[in-house]
Design a protein around this ligand. Structure first.
Ligand SMILES: Cc1ncc(COP(=O)(O)O)c(C=O)c1O
Length: 440
């Protein structure tokens, strides 16, 4: 069995000849910060792979078949036969791509998406752009203006980048500790120019845990700040709680705000379809007045290309399948996740996941084992996301598993067996005690 050919680093070779000295300083600093990623990218089969073939949630890299636990297609819509079969009808009617700037014109499909999405979320209105990255780089600075942005230290990188842009436009950025409303309150109390925007992740992309939303909302309302919540992962998976819910993710997958029983007062909820819905579109849930303002204030609405028709089609068909069998798929997802968490419990291994969300980060006892542990997982036929520094704190270096409804029970059997074998060779970071899920 062979994996992909390892790329080899070329020490001593200037990776960016001809660039000005000032750029080289910045690049050198960036590459040094990301030295771990550079090293892994150049040699570990678990990164930057080319997938030659796919069969359900199995992938072939070179001549090596692996069960895929790195996909964020949580609901399995990428492989859903009904959704796949529906796309050609949209293409026949609309072509492959609108290619108008959204400000010029949009197919009526966009209007249908806005209406269905606002109803699903229970929000007044939504504005859609192709990605969350577009939204955080444009909507966030527009909301912040020359005021103050308060940034949770473990917010997603795209939020950090949005804050940098906001800073470039004259905003002040203040950082507070992850999930630390007390520290945020101290900063808010100390003052800061208005408008004020507090930025947090919804379901955190590495820990899988929800934020202390109620406390943040209390502060936002008390200090007249807007709470900007990036729920890229939670949307489609967690939703409103109900007595008849088939699993603790709740029903309908309508996002972290509904899941935690809160309203959208003082909230700008951002979410995307590129994970649970397997499509390329993202949204800002906000009042219609703000939506109309953002169409002008957020540059991508005028200056960027729109989402392709196939993406609009998979969003609309995704809504239909979500309404018909989404809760069933989420129950299956919960079941897969629970089995993995039970295995980690049995191994006495620590994971930051206290929510049961299908992102399970598994830190190694020795961060130095990351390279061989990744190679071992690959050899055993399990594809995961490597969690390297500085993407995670040093104490959390290891790997991140994602479960999807399209993973088979046999693939989860393989994963749990491989986790046991892995733990025998490369010790996992030990748990302090038995882990209990703190479901909201
Ligand atoms: C929390 C979070 N926000 C934003 C993004 C980027 O989303 P998009 O691909 O829509 O730009 C990701 C992607 O991984 C994410 O995890």
């Amino acid at each position: 069995m062979t994996g992909p050919t390892p790329r080899t680093a070329k020490p001593g070779v200037d990776p960016h000849p001809g660039t000005p000295a000032s750029t080289r300083t910045w690049l050198a600093r960036w590459l040094e910060t990301n030295a771990e990623l550079t090293r892994l990218q150049q040699g570990n089969p678990m990164l930057d792979a080319i997938v030659d073939e796919q069969d359900g949630r199995r992938i072939r890299i070179g001549d090596h078949w692996l069960a895929d636990f790195a996909s964020c297609n949580y609901l399995g819509f990428d492989l859903d036969p009904e959704i796949v079969a529906a796309v050609p009808r949209y293409l026949a009617r609309w072509g492959t791509h609108p290619s108008w700037s959204r400000m010029l014109a949009s197919p009526v499909l966009n209007e249908r998406i806005d209406a269905e999405l606002a109803a699903l979320l229970g929000a007044e209105d939504v504005l859609t752009l192709p990605t969350i990255t577009h939204i955080s780089s444009s909507v966030l600075p527009a909301l912040a203006d020359q005021g103050t942005v308060y940034l949770d230290a473990r917010s997603h990188k795209t939020i950090w980048d949005g804050c940098q842009i906001a800073r470039g436009h004259g905003a002040t950025v203040r950082r507070f500790g992850h999930d630390d409303p007390a520290q945020l309150e101290a900063l808010l109390r100390a003052g800061g120019t208005e408008p004020r925007v507090v930025c947090i992740d919804g379901i955190n992309s590495m820990t899988g845990n929800p934020p202390p939303l109620r406390e943040y909302l209390r502060l936002a309302r008390e200090y007249e700040a807007l709470l900007y919540v990036d729920d890229g992962h939670g949307f489609g998976v967690v939703g409103e709680r109900a007595l008849d819910e088939p699993c603790p993710y709740g029903r309908h997958g309508n996002g972290v705000v509904r899941h935690l029983g809160e309203s959208y007062d003082h909230v700008v909820l951002v979410g995307g379809f590129s994970k649970a819905y397997s499509s390329l579109l993202a949204f800002v849930a906000c009042p219609t007045r703000l939506k109309e303002l953002l169409k002008v204030a957020a540059p991508p609405y005028l200056y960027s290309g729109p989402s392709p028709i196939a993406s609009l089609a998979t969003v609309l068909e995704g809504f239909r399948v979500n309404a018909e069998r989404g809760d069933e798929l989420r129950a299956r997802l919960w079941d897969h996740t629970r089995r993995v968490l039970d295995t980690l419990n049995e191994l006495g291994a620590w994971t930051p996941n206290a929510s049961g969300f299908p992102i399970v980060q598994v830190p190694l006892a020795d961060p130095g084992d990351l390279d061989p542990a990744g190679a071992f997982l690959f050899e055993q036929g399990v594809y995961t996301t490597l969690a390297f520094y500085p993407g995670v704190p040093r104490g959390e270096v290891g790997f991140r598993l994602q479960l999807t409804a399209a993973n088979t029970d046999q693939q989860v059997d393989l994963l749990t067996d491989v986790l046991r074998d892995l733990a025998a060779r490369f010790p996992l970071r030990p748990a302090d005690g038995p882990r209990t899920l703190v479901l909201p």
